[in-house]
Design a protein around this ligand. Sequence first.
Ligand code: FES
Length: 188
Amino acid sequence: MKGHLDALQKAHANFHLQVCYGRPGDRDVLGVDYQHRGHADIQLLRSTLPLGRYQFYVCGPKSMMETLVPALDEWGVAPGDIHYESFGPASLTKRAAPPVPAGQIIRVTFSQSGKTVPWDAGTDSLLALAEANGIAVESGCRAGSCGGCQTCLEAGKVEYSQPPDAELEPGHCLLCITTPKSDLTLAA
Ligand code: FES
């Protein structure tokens, strides 16, 4: 999106772009390619925004939502001025995974990786389980919105912790907001 955002800034005098890179590339130049090293946080907003009333649209991964949104609130921004776009407030408080009945072990098979691992009830999603076991899975928002973690469910059933925003292909599931209801086979 960087090129698109740069073009918008050039086209509109009232569009002010501040780019933050947590891990700038070797060829990224501070002050040219990006303005801030690190993540967008409340300190950045307080230091870059002139005094005034603003509408905030927060769009990002769960960790960002969980820090930035409460910080806006503490800063005194009215709740009606804080918007989440497609990351509804539900993504801030994911429901805990339903407990697995005592003695029952649920096995999750990642067929492309050739790994079968037991479901860990302390894990909040199948995406987290995959990552904890070194299985490379694409992801983005981690909140059911972007569809990046969509994976073919080859066998078994999953439970969603919140309704998905992303459109799903038949027979697929979003790993970031699902937990297993039974033994599973996933094409990952
Ligand atoms: S990572 Fe975006 S929908 Fe799962």
